[in-house]
Design a protein around this ligand. Sequence first.
Ligand code: NAP
Length: 470
Amino acid sequence: MQYFTGTPDNPIRVAIIGSGPSAFYAAEFLLSASDAVVEVDMFERLPTPFGLVRGGVAPDHPKIKTVTRAFERTAQHERFRFFGNVTFGRDLTHGDIAAHYHAVIYATGAQTDRRLGIPGEDLPNSHAATEFVAWYNGHPDYAHLSFDLSQERVAVIGNGNVAVDVARILARTPDELRQTDIADYALEALAQSNVREILILGRRGPAQAKFTSLELKELGNLAGADVFIDPRELELDPLSAEYLRSGESRTAVRNYEIFQEFARSRPLAKPRRIIMRFLLSPVEFVGTDRVEAIRMVKNEICEREHFMSPCPTEEYETVPVGLVFRSIGYQGVPLPGVPFDDRQGIIPNKRGRVINEHGERMRGEYAVGWIKRGAIGIIGSNKPDAQETVEYLLRDMAFHQHFCPANSSREAIPDLLQRRGIRYVTYEDWQLLDRLETERGETVGRPRIKLTSVAEMLNALETARQAATP
Ligand code: NAP
């Protein structure tokens, strides 16, 4: 049997659904394979690429966003194409993919939030942190939202990096925010904010918080907010004390030191306060027309299903708050025609190879990133993750374990999209939008002013096209 490794005339054709970090890392590994010739077409629902790097990474973390420089290099590869503004399952179906490609990689991330499942969760002024993040980052699907920033006390539930991002953005001064690429409308709304106190609530203790230390420490260096921790919050139960003593997690040890620094620090009477509390689980959001308070049960750390679980006591506490952000993790959503594991919120897979409900491998189908492993890890975690999937994909191709496309010509997909009247956006189009956004920013001394509606983006491209036509 002859191995299928692709040739310049008959390359392995791979469709990638999604254009965030895991998608770009997968493309990079496919295009740089030394023993295979692969062509990559990347499909993205929005006209803009980069997924959570554009729509999730906090605007005051521009350094993290420079990862897009590597993605830009991948996009310049002659065997790479970007098709933005194309929705999988609607504009392009699973059947279309199987008819035109040898394989597909799903890289759609985790697009929704986990639920607390408690009474009052859907009251006005209770929001998923994911929505707030997408809103301040100018994501077109969330740009219309509004948040009641007239409230003085806000709670952020969860002890992960998204909770820190949300608290920090709420605490930043208008001057700090103006230096970022935060959406214009969000800058305006946050400049009028009445928020004075931001409570960050963890269901487990300080030893189990999931913050990364750099992000946690940053909270202590804000121009307009002090961080408070009552030293009693840092008293450790035996399990936590032993965990820190063992040094098993350097991050946990470092985080605990930072918490202690916060507890020791003298407040500088800055206009806002961030208060961190632990071992509290919300059991109800109380209110009639909107959230007015959170009722919480006091937990203790015990050894249950997981080591160091939060176990409820008989003690309850009710804290008045006017606005709540639930920051308890992202969750994947199913794709039409693709297996889905509801419990874990991922596409079921074995090391990136998609499997069906009987545990059988689905020929030609692969997953990377958060839709493969769940919403854990930082951007860099997607690199080894994508490498694993691509290695299996190329191995499977070699042994002819792929879709059998009826038409794998390069022109077939753009022709199909045009016939369907889909106004897809190319990578060159995106570069034009990118320039436009940075030019808009330059005029007012900001790094970029984002376009925040799909119509606005498509109109801008149309105007540019007409201007370029003699
Ligand atoms: P995360 O790190 O998984 O944190 C989720 C938090 O929610 C945990 O503290 C968790 O507590 C808590 N939680 C879960 N269910 C809960 C419940 N029912 N009640 C109360 N609390 C609950 O998730 P994330 O903050 O959304 O971040 C997702 C990933 O993106 C993480 O890997 C994160 O590091 C990464 N990220 C990185 C950056 C950065 O590098 N700057 C920025 C943003 C996000 P338990 O620990 O008890 O489960």
